[in-house]
Design a protein around this ligand. Sequence first.
Ligand code: GNR
Ligand code: NI
Length: 174
Amino acid sequence: MALLNILNYPDKRLHKIAKPVDKVDAEVRRLMDDMLETMYKAPGIGLAAPQVGELKRVIVIDLAREDEKPQPLRMANPELIAVSDEDAVYNEGCLSLPEHYADVTRPAAIKVRYLDHENEIRELEADGLLATCIQHEMDHLEGILFVDHLTALKRNMILRKLLKAKKSQQPVSA
Ligand code: GNR
Ligand code: NI
């Protein structure tokens, strides 16, 4: 297993559309495991392959608390096959937009079809935080960040602060 580098806004790769995997083979499985290790370390509850610079349709999620048994979910080529009419609002954050949070409205319940780590087709029904997290990770595969669901005013406020924080980390060139 290996720790991967998590890309931060404004990295271009975060805005690209990821490609489906042909099958979940040893290489994709390794990516899933490296992503889980990277996510646990961050720490975060989900991670999408484009966040580590891999433009593949692969996501991992684990909502278990640190004092609980891990419950890793590994998904390739996830597709939403049903969404509820009812919406839910959740205060979201993102490892690629560190330290900024905002309320995002999404369908409250979903059904997702995906390939698991053994290349088996599976379906999962989710609501609550799991439904939110799956949709947040699937957005990353389309190059969409949670701020893209906000008004331009709120989005630009967050993005300006991130750019400013990034600049202040860098030495002033002579
Ligand atoms: O760790 C994360 N927490 C989180 C909280 C609310 C809604 C979504 C998330 S996902 C995020 C990790 C991340 O950036 N995944 O792409
Ligand atoms: Ni994210």
